[in-house]
Design a protein around this ligand. Structure first.
Ligand code: N01
Length: 533
């Protein structure tokens, strides 16, 4: 149905975790706010990523909102790391509990938006032919939502079923008795592969670059753990404000090189046994010093050699070409052990690249791997892709993609010069994917809400980042990243997974606490670096 209302104060694009909170917060302040969502339901990432094994890699007791103490106290998580169905139920619960559904138009994709400087309003267009006008436009489109499928020669000839982890069919994919293939071994592939292996007749994994993975050690939460988390709301809020990731991680107290090898291994063993990403914070220089980093990388490679019985497969699974942690570390359940199954084959694409896809399967170096189902776990045009895909045009008539042709430029990750009254939640230049992203979302939304209130009190109808402030912020983001080992990997953090995408480290690495201070200082100084009108 075409949207006719001309008078929204705010339009939000997306009804995932960012969009839901933006709707709740802004309506609570009295704004007329409406969201447009491409999916048929809320949840964003957790709506689309329904593949078997999809699970969060942040503890469930942290991966939830803090904006409502009541919500925090009443919701019961069941596992250490929540699976996709449970997180989706949580998002749906939030939407219902706070009566957000009437504010959302579903099954509708934004196809373009232009800003009219004579009225200080955006006109947003959708694939249903709507034209929606609003004073402020907020993107809540996530960092990992623009899926990427490689254009393999002959792919359109494949007669079997094709699925992408990031657009998993709502009716599921039945692997029972099937010959399945998976391309991609990042977080999605590593979660999916053991699950497919359980039911498929045969699974072929096409791996280009091995990723480092550590055990998740997922388990049911005890009642005591859950009660303690629910009762520590004030602590969680404090941690959101004061920590780098927005949640508690035991702070490392020394360099990896300060411990003798035996003591270091013992520490890594304890982290391996308890599971999770915490292994990266065993020491304070693992992401700063290549020699320190290699002690952990070698520890994980050694684990792979111990778990995988076939030496050739074990060798192919060991990452050596980039420091551990500089691509998002993966958490798994039985990933490496899956390669000990007789019905699972690893194809190392560095040795035998994919030549083409044919009707019956995938051909590598002259060998046909016959398949009934082909799954792409090939990732995303991350961070910028969801934004440049919206068709936003700036005041100069040029698309956002053109503005960012040499790399994204933002002020605080939330605003773009030439795009007045646009706010980009968890945009490039914000900590986003390097933090518990729900904390980053809450920080950005709260900051945007304060900003709108500031404008409202002053009767201002327009705010826009200044080019110089934007350039300085973007330079700072790169400057901080260059202190770390992150730029040494060809990761999606840098856009390196997308051909032709400018290589620029996009997330802000100095932590959510530091970022929050920077944002607060800007606001406290009357939105320094922004032009108000
Ligand atoms: O995507 P990825 P993802 N031929 O980009 C391969 C979050 N997430 O969906 O490394 C062959 O990491 C590519 O190979 P290479 C998390 O932040 C979180 O797995 O480019 N292979 C790589 O192996 C994560 O980092 C959770 O050489 C090709 C894989 O596809 C982010 O999402 C779960 C190829 C892509 O890996 C993205 O993860 C899932 C080609 N042409 C996702 N093109 C949790 O919370 C690409 N590849 C646990």
């Amino acid at each position: 149905m075409a949207e006719t209302c001309d008078n929204h104060d705010v339009v939000v694009i997306g009804a995932g975790f960012a969009g839901l909170y933006a709707l709740h917060k802004l309506r609570g302040l009295g704004y007329d706010v409406h969201a447009v969502e491409a999916g048929s339901g809320v949840g964003g990432t957790w709506y689309w990523n329904r593949y078997p094994g999809a699970r969060c890699d942040v503890d469930s007791i942290d991966y939830c909102y803090l904006f409502s103490p009541e919500l925090h106290a009443e919701w019961t998580w069941t596992e250490r790391y929540a699976g996709q169905p449970e997180i989706l139920r949580y998002a749906e619960h939030v939407a219902e509990r706070f009566d957000l559904l009437p504010l959302i138009t579903f099954d509708t994709r934004v196809t373009g938006a232009d800003f009219d400087s004579s009225t200080d309003r955006w006109t947003v267009r959708t694939d249903r032919g709507d034209e929606i006008r609003c004073r402020f436009l907020i993107t809540a489109v996530g960092c990992l939502s623009a899926v990427r499928t490689p254009s393999l020669p002959g792919l359109d000839r494949f007669a079997g079923r094709i699925a992408h982890t990031g657009r998993w069919p709502r009716d599921g994919v039945d692997f029972t008795g099937a010959r399945a293939g998976v391309v991609g071994t990042g977080s999605s592939g590593i979660q999916l592969i053991p699950r497919i292996a359980e039911s498929a007749d045969h699974l072929t994994v096409f791996q280009r670059t091995p990723h480092y993975s550590v055990p998740a050690r997922n388990r049911p939460l005890s009642g005591r753990e859950l009660r303690s988390a629910q009762q520590s709301y004030a602590d969680a809020v404090q941690q959101a404000l004061s920590t780098s990731g927005g949640y508690y991680m035991p702070p490392p107290d020394r360099s990896a090189l300060a411990d003798p090898p035996d003591a270091r291994s013992a520490r890594y063993e304890r982290k391996w046994a308890s599971g999770g990403m915490e292994i990266l914070s065993t020491y304070n220089d693992l992401l700063l010093d290549p020699v320190a980093n290699d002690t952990l990388a070698e520890f994980v490679r050694d684990k792979i050699r111990q778990i995988v019985t076939d030496p050739e497969t074990a060798a192919a699974l060991q990452p050596t070409s980039y420091p551990i942690g500089t691509k998002r570390i993966c958490l798994d359940t039985d990933y490496y052990a899956t390669y000990n199954r007789l019905d699972v084959t690893l194809v190392d694409l560095r040795v035998t690249p994919i030549e083409q896809v044919v009707e019956t399967g995938v051909v590598t170096a002259g060998r046909l791997h016959e398949l009934d189902v082909l799954v792409f776990a090939t990732g995303y045009d991350a961070i910028t892709g969801p934004l440049t895909g919206l068709g936003l045009r700036g005041t100069d008539g040029r698309a956002l993609a053109e503005h960012w042709a040499d790399g994204p430029q933002t002020l605080l990750g939330v605003a773009v010069a030439g795009f007045p009254n646009l706010f980009t939640i968890t945009g490039p230049g914000s900590p986003s994917v390097l933090t518990n992203v729900i904390r980053s979302i809450e920080q950005h939304v709260d900051w945007i809400a304060d900003c709108l209130e500031y404008l409202r009190v002053r009767g201002a109808t327009r705010i826009e980042a200044e080019t110089q402030a934007q350039e300085e912020w973007t330079a700072q983001v790169t400057y901080f990243a260059d202190f770390t080992l992150y730029p040494r990997a060809d990761s999606w953090y840098l856009g390196a997974n997308i051909e032709g995408k400018p290589r620029q480290f996009m997330p802000y690495v100095a932590g959510l606490h530091t970022f929050r201070r920077a944002c607060d200082e800007v606001a406290g100084a009357g939105y320094r670096g922004f032009r108000l009108g």
